[in-house]
Write a protein that binds this ligand. Structure first.
Ligand code: IPE
Ligand code: IPE
Ligand code: MG
Length: 240
């Protein structure tokens, strides 16, 4: 297969990992088995992203709304995530992946929080791919958190109480401060919505929706999304 030319590669791809449950149902499997297959798809995706040389990939793994699911499913997800990070660490180190996370990790089971924090620390020198795991992430929460941090800084006397907040200052308080805007948002699973994912960062993202369920999303699917992206004319409000 041909390599998309790097000048047309998005700097930042965001993916909503959706469709595990339906994938499992179609096969008469449990939802947890669907999530396990989703984890395997994620592992493959990271390898493909490295090969294609995508600089940054953000993955929506657990939303602030996913706590509404049955406790059994939520704990199965934490267990799988723990295994994923354990198994993936050596590979990430060898392959130069830098792991970062977005979301409120304080609500995670302690084991999960610890492993994510340790993988972030151990991979911080990775230069080949930044893998942003969005866990207990919600964009509205993220925006409110940024606003509240700015208010607190002003209250503590560390910033002016009256100076208007600029976009640049605001963005420094987002989880994605180091990552910048999303160029391409990919949503497998058939739904055409953002589900509270990176609302600010997707202001000018190209949106790619596919009916393929996440566990079936493979290298060909990613390359198709990138080929589609390459054909978009990004105007950012200006003229051609
Ligand atoms: C996405 O798959 C995984 C998470 C939300 C953690 P779903 O579990 O939402 O799968 P569907 O949408 O029910 O098929
Ligand atoms: C979005 O999928 C969240 C993640 C993939 C982590 P959902 O399955 O939770 O989204 P909705 O509820 O269908 O919008
Ligand atoms: Mg879903």
């Amino acid at each position: 297969m041909t390599q998309p030319s790097s000048s047309h590669l998005p700097d930042h791809v965001a993916i909503i990992l959706d469709g595990n449950g339906r994938w499992a149902k179609k096969r008469g499997l449990s939802r947890s088995e669907g999530h396990r297959a989703g984890g395997e798809a994620l592992d493959r995706l990271l390898d493909t992203a490295l090969e294609i040389k995508i600089p940054i990939i953000s993955m929506y793994a657990f939303s602030t709304e996913n706590w509404k699911r049955p406790a059994r499913e939520v704990s199965a997800l934490w267990k799988l995530m723990l295994e994923f990070f354990r198994d993936r660490l050596e590979k990430s180190l060898q392959k130069g992946i830098r792991v970062v996370a977005s979301g409120d990790l304080s609500r995670l089971p302690a084991k999960n929080r610890r492993i994510i924090e340790s993988v972030i620390e151990k991979t911080k020198k990775g230069r080949n791919l930044t893998a942003n795991f969005c866990v207990n992430y919600g964009s509205q929460d993220e925006i409110l958190r940024a606003v509240n941090r700015i208010i607190q800084e002003a209250a503590a006397g560390n910033r002016s109480k009256t100076k208007p907040v600029t976009r640049k200052e605001f963005e420094k308080h987002l989880y994605t401060a180091q990552l910048g805007p999303v160029d391409l948002l990919v949503r497998p699973g058939g739904e055409k919505r953002i589900s509270n994912f990176l609302l600010w960062q997707c202001a000018y993202a190209e949106m790619y929706f596919t009916d393929v369920l996440w566990p079936d999303f493979d290298e060909t699917c990613l390359r198709e999304a990138l080929d589609w992206y390459r054909k978009r004319e990004r105007r950012f409000g200006a003229l051609e």
